[in-house]
Design a binder for this molecule. Structure first.
Ligand code: SAM
Length: 332
């Protein structure tokens, strides 16, 4: 029986953050670096081990989880990640294992990840211009990300490859034609995600959100789109180009919230369960795990946490209070 919350939404999808560290400093996510004062990352001992993650994944799979996505921080900076991928790929009940990455280490890791059982990949990419890529990520690494994508393309097991772009007003508009063209030219589904108030610098303002509808209108100036019906639990609205060349997606959590069909929970790198990206409360699983809790105790904790899942995020409501951590610390 899947764990279900008080609003009747079943649990199906688990996002696991394997580290809060990242080799990028994207403006919409990570804090700006200040010379001599580095961001405080979790200590190694705070991170769940692969065995601890596998155990929780197995317990969760017994209570509805079918899909697992590995994320971070940047998941590829966690040493030996393919070892974890293999453990999770072999977890009974998990039939969809995917990874979200900035792509910069993919040129080296795509092959071992596929060999370990990875079958789906999301790569974040906000600009195809070197200068603007560096502006947004605070790193000069566009060529390595494109090389990583090329490497991923060599493995037909990894399909579809999704390319995620955070849409920010005043930045993304000029990127739209080139990114749409990428979706037409390559086997990538390019998806635009509305900017959410999860940036570490806390500079998000409602006006910074460039909505999916606005981007769609920009694309349709060049190429008409047709909507593809999506599953009810899907976060993305999917569109194909009317001439049949590729697919585009829009993830519109701010302008069209999809909380009513949310089937996701998140496990942070330090073993805290979050039932919403915007949660102010976390459920500590690491302490019981390390204190010898039985599977039954962990199951009880999971079901209790899921039962208390938030109805919805309140980004658009007066008095909205930001989440207790920023995106890279939660795991997007
Ligand atoms: N480092 C990996 C990556 O770049 O994909 C995985 C972690 S990253 C936090 C996961 C996703 O969250 C990325 O697609 C990123 O663009 C997105 N993201 C981060 N901050 C966001 C924000 N404030 N609003 C919307 N999406 C955000």
């Amino acid at each position: 029986m899947p764990a279900t919350d008080t609003f009747g939404r079943p649990l199906r999808d688990l996002r696991i953050s394997v580290t809060d560290r990242c080799n990028f400093r994207c403006v919409y996510c990570m804090p700006k670096e200040v010379f001599g004062r580095d961001y405080q990352f979790l200590a190694r001992r705070e991170l769940l081990t692969f065995e601890e993650i596998e155990r929780l994944a197995r317990v969760f799979a017994g209570h509805g989880v079918e899909k697992i996505r590995l994320t971070g921080g940047e998941p590829l900076v966690r040493r030996d990640l393919p070892v974890l991928v293999r453990l999770l790929a072999e977890t009974a009940g998990v039939n969809d294992l995917s990874l979200t990455t900035n792509g910069v280490l993919l040129d080296r890791l795509a092959q071992p990840l596929v060999e370990a059982g990875l079958r789906r990949l999301n790569v974040s990419l906000d600009s195809l211009s070197h200068v603007r890529f560096a502006e947004i990520t605070r790193r000069d690494a566009l060529d390595r990300v494109l090389a990583g994508l090329e490497e991923a393309e060599r493995y037909p097991e990894l399909r579809p490859i999704k390319v995620n772009c955070v849409a920010m007003r005043g930045f993304t508009e000029v990127e739209v034609p080139a990114l749409a063209e990428l979706a037409r030219r390559k086997p990538y589904v390019v998806r635009f995600i509305e900017f959410m108030p999860l940036d570490a610098d806390e500079s998000w303002r409602g006006d910074d959100v460039l909505s999916g509808a606005e981007i769609r209108a920009l694309i349709e100036k060049c190429w008409p789109l047709e909507e593809i019906p999506a599953k009810a639990s899907s976060t993305a609205r999917r569109f194909r180009f009317a001439d049949g060349a590729g697919e585009i997606g829009f993830i519109n959590p701010v302008s069209e919230p999809f909380c009513s069909s949310c089937d996701r929970i998140r496990l942070t790198a330090d073993g805290q369960l979050r039932t919403c990206l915007f949660s102010r409360k976390e459920w500590d699983l690491k302490t019981p795990l390390r204190n010898g809790a039985s599977d039954e105790e962990l199951e009880r904790l999971l079901r209790f946490a899921v039962a208390h899942k938030e109805l919805k995020h309140k980004i658009n409501e007066p008095g909205f209070v930001r989440a207790s951590r920023s995106m890279s610390q939660i795991g997007g």
